[in-house]
Design a protein around this ligand. Structure first.
Ligand code: S6P
Ligand code: ZN
Length: 187
């Protein structure tokens, strides 16, 4: 890979796109196996229209050591048996920290270090700081798409197995006034 030059990346706040852009990832319900508590409701959604739950659009900055890539995650509004739509969630294998900036909609940042759980309300303009060693998951708590910018060390990686094994400490359910956090239980 040739070295990346200094560059400006245009962010379109209306369409939540980057230009120039790198790869875009689309996660459907079928990609979220083992995450929602109600397994039957999850399977019914998969065998229905298998909806897109979130997308991740990256900038052209590569995920390699010493680079500082960015991406925009957009989570659709919705719930599975009341459990709000969310990202898979992951731990960074070498425990690097990360920064999120909420851009649009309403959401939450759920963090878990294996013992303690933290929840941050994420409204446009909120910077959420993920300290080293905290697994992180994002949740859409509103009724429109929730989007945020992530900036992270290029060598951070994604350990999804950690979350499947340890959970996230809490589950986020829809409530009339935002979110109802319940203690984690395995599906
Ligand atoms: C990467 C950063 C985000 C997530 C994205 C999707 O370190 O935390 O870009 O990758 O929000 O979540 P997940 O858990 O499916 O990777
Ligand atoms: Zn991360």
């Amino acid at each position: 890979t040739p070295p990346i030059s200094p560059m400006a990346i245009a962010f379109d706040a209306e369409n939540l796109t980057l230009s120039p852009a790198g790869p875009t990832l689309t996660r459907r319900m079928s990609d979220l196996e083992g995450l929602f508590l109600d397994t039957d409701a999850w399977a019914a959604a998969v065998h229905g229209d298998d909806p897109v739950v979130y997308t991740v659009t990256s900038s052209p900055v590569p995920e390699i050591d010493r680079e500082l890539p960015q991406s925009i995650t957009t989570i659709m509004p919705g719930h599975t048996s009341g459990e709000l739509w969310m990202t898979k969630g992951h731990q960074h294998p070498d425990h690097q920290g990360e920064i999120y900036l909420a851009l649009k909609g309403r959401g939450g940042l759920l963090m878990f270090d294996g013992e303690r759980t933290e929840w941050l309300d994420m409204l446009p303009g909120t910077i959420g700081y993920i300290p080293p060693g905290w697994a992180h998951r994002s949740v859409n708590t509103g009724d429109e798409p929730y989007a945020f910018l992530a900036v992270y060390p290029g060598g951070a990686g994604h350990d999804y197995g950690w979350v499947l094994e340890h959970g996230m400490g809490s589950r986020a359910y829809r409530a009339t006034d935002g979110v109802d956090l319940r203690p984690y239980s395995a599906p």
